[in-house]
Design a protein around this ligand. Structure first.
Ligand code: ATP
Length: 235
């Protein structure tokens, strides 16, 4: 199996102040990996550094088997990386259809019809301005948009942010199916540990910028005490 993403000793942060230290993390092709941890642990910083939105302060990033050298976000995206940011990256003033078409062009991409097949709830609201959608519909649109560029690695920041649990429960199977159908890898940042462990193959827990626990989702589900301890870990 090749590796979609490989972080070796990654240091990342702001104005040369590291917020993430010595992070080793891998995501195999077709694998769903959760990145967990309390507020301020460094999860978003990690995703933004991989995407080239923040400078790397140290260590190495390998993407699809090759070292990532420059950090132009558009070039990195063209390699096959898509990021759904916490604010969902949806253009509120454009319609749902216009949002989807924007993404379609970025990498050859699949057809609008396939987005609607995966997220049929978007069909009736195609002509509606995205800013008028519910939180759940916006998240579906964000996911559909990201999938339209046929990424090899999809990174999602807080998919469940601000959504009712019942809405999250509808989105997760769609994400899992999309990953299984396309073979893409997923790196999922989540506040909701159980949600994440339900869908992920493996998980990493960060605390104060350091990796404090990692394992398969199955072993972490069996032992919730280890996750709790990792959240409290104040090393
Ligand atoms: P959350 O779940 O609360 O979003 P997180 O795990 O994603 O948390 P990050 O947003 O990566 O955490 O933040 C990691 C650390 O970097 C925190 O101490 C945070 O205060 C700091 N930080 C985040 N953004 C900036 C910024 N723009 N400038 C300076 N420090 C920042």
């Amino acid at each position: 199996m090749t590796t979609a993403l490989e972080l070796r000793g990654l240091a990342a942060g702001y104005d040369s102040v590291p917020a993430v230290h010595q992070l080793d993390l891998t995501v195999g092709d077709g694998e769903i990996v959760a990145l967990l941890g309390p507020n301020g642990a460094g999860k978003t910083t990690t995703l933004h550094t991989i995407a080239g939105l923040l400078p790397r302060l140290g260590g190495d990033i390998g993407l699809f088997g090759a070292p990532l050298t420059g950090r132009r976000p558009d070039r990195i995206a063209r390699l096959g990386l898509a990021l759904v940011p916490e604010q969902r990256g949806v253009f509120h003033g454009l319609t749902v259809e216009q949002n989807l078409r924007l993404h379609q062009h970025s990498r050859g991409g699949r057809h609008l019809a396939s987005a609607l097949e995966r997220f049929p709830a978007l069909g009736p609201v195609l002509k509606r301005r995205a800013g008028l959608l519910s939180g759940g519909e916006q998240q579906m649109l964000a996911l559909a948009g990201a999938l339209a560029s046929s990424p090899r690695l999809l990174m999602i920041d807080e998919m469940s942010h601000g959504l009712a649990p019942v809405v999250v429960e509808r989105l997760l199977p769609a994400l899992r199916t999309a990953a299984a159908d396309t073979g893409m890898a997923v790196l999922l940042v989540e506040q909701h540990v159980h949600t994440a462990l339900d869908i992920a193959d493996r998980a990493y827990v960060l605390n104060r910028g350091r990796l404090v626990l990692h394992g398969t989702a199955a072993e972490l589900r069996r032992d919730p005490g280890r996750i709790e301890a990792a959240y409290l870990d104040a090393r």
